[in-house]
Write a protein that binds this ligand. Structure first.
Ligand code: ADP
Length: 413
């Protein structure tokens, strides 16, 4: 039976899954993906094969009351049916926050789960939902290996100064620091870059993850040295509905003058700002690019201005630049945004090849460009599956090495 790995990404109202099987080239290939969405409302389940063909669909009425537990049970039943010829070796979970403790993926047991639960206050919008299915599976399938893969872990290599706020030091020790996010995406891109452009992978690269959530990461020799997101995923670049970097004085003003509560401000910063807040039209970049409204243009101009400023800051951190990589929904699909970012970066030596950019790359810089520019589709699910497999293999290796050593000891005796 071929080994398979299931990846779960559980959110507040959805559980997304992907099923990967071992491929002949010792990587992993997608077999199935899908999600249960609108949990708590009128849930809908869809599953597709690797080519995007529908495999299964189901809907529930709101009064059937399908909650997260029932949705997970349904998913488990569906996956068991679909395993045909595959042996499930582990489940890999996307967990947004690994705090200070986890710089690598980790096999989950009760103690690890308890330590992750303590991080809930650092990511209250995501962490509790990420952990819920882990807890349920740990109860119902204690023998099934579960691996937590973190959005923060990749940035644990940042030097201290890149992690610090200029707050009293005790707060830093307490964990109030810049963690950075989108780490699974950056690690995937770094691995892909190593295959496509070895010089860039060994040098100084800035990756632009531009989706609904947006951030940038500075890589030096493939390791993260700085990123635009901070203590939470609301910092840094302007996003679909999130502000990005904001003078904390604005928050004090909103509290004092507008009498806004913490939850009012949270809604404003996370859900009502960014492209949506500035344009008053949409959070979706496609809609704004197609619009002739002046506020749509203003929102895009501000989006690009913020990218330009943060790019300059990260180039300064790296002390130069060898490559730029665009990824995620906007980065992968919008030739117009990429072209404008590249033109803004001409001063560092980026010379865009307009034809290659229009056709989507992967290389979009001219042959004579001092800085290479690439488009790379990200694949966070595959990264989770790879990390999960690494943990399982390392454990098996440890067990095997232990057995070998025991055998050698017997032999020697
Ligand atoms: P998430 O961060 O939720 O994973 P995605 O990476 O899917 O989001 O990115 C969603 C964003 O990508 C949206 O703003 C969407 O408009 C944008 N996008 C997708 N395709 C295009 C396109 N062809 N042109 C411009 N923007 C696009």
């Amino acid at each position: 039976m071929k080994p398979a790995i299931c990846v779960l990404n559980a959110g507040s109202s959805s559980i997304k899954f992907s099923l990967f099987e071992e491929s002949d080239d010792d990587d992993l290939t997608l077999r199935l993906r899908g999600q249960v969405e609108a949990i708590g409302g009128a849930p809908r389940f869809v599953a597709q094969d690797a080519d995007g063909n529908p495999v299964h669909e189901r809907r529930w009425d709101a009064d059937e009351g399908l909650d997260h537990g029932a949705a997970l049970e349904f998913l488990a039943g569906f996956l068991l049916e679909q395993l045909k010829g595959l042996g499930l070796v582990a489940v890999g979970h996307r967990v947004v926050h690994g705090g200070l403790l986890y710089a690598d993926p980790v096999r989950i047991d009760a103690a690890v789960l308890a330590s992750l639960e303590q991080l809930q206050s650092l990511a209250p919008l995501h962490q509790p939902h990420n952990l819920a299915p882990i807890r349920r599976l740990l109860d119902s399938r204690p023998d099934l290996p579960q691996i937590a893969c973190f959005d923060t872990a990749f940035h644990r290599s940042n030097p201290d100064v890149a992690q610090m706020f200029a707050l009293p030091y005790e707060l830093h020790l307490e964990g109030v620091r810049r963690y950075g996010f989108h780490g699974l995406s950056y690690e995937y891109v770094a691995e892909t870059l190593a295959r496509l452009d070895e010089d860039a992978a060994l040098g100084r690269t800035i990756v632009l993850h531009l989706g609904n959530g947006c951030s940038m990461c500075a890589l030096d020799g493939g390791r993260s040295v700085a990123s635009t997101m901070g203590f939470t995923a609301v910092d840094g670049l302007m996003m679909g509905t999130r502000t990005g970097a904001l003078d904390p004085g604005v928050v004090l003003y909103l509290m004092a003058e507008r009498r806004m509560t913490a939850s009012d401000i949270e809604r404003l910063l996370y859900s009502e700002s960014g492209l949506l807040g500035v344009s008053g039209i949409a959070s979706d970049m496609r809609t704004l690019l197609a619009s002739k409204e002046p506020r749509a243009r203003l929102a895009i101009d501000l989006f690009l201005y913020r990218v330009r400023r943060e790019l300059g800051a990260l180039v300064a951190v790296l002390g130069g630049l060898d490559a730029l990589v665009f990824t995620a929904g906007i980065g992968e699909n919008s030739a117009e945004i990429r072209a404008r970012v590249c033109r803004d970066a001409e001063w560092i030596g980026v010379a865009v090849d307009e034809a290659a950019n229009a056709s989507g790359g992967p290389r979009i810089s001219r042959g004579d460009s001092r800085v290479a520019a690439w488009v790379m589709p990200t694949n966070e699910e595959l990264m989770i599956a790879r990390q999960t497999r690494r943990v399982i293999r390392a454990e098996t290796g440890v067990v095997q090495r232990g057995r070998e050593r025991a055998a050698e000891a017997d032999y020697a005796a």
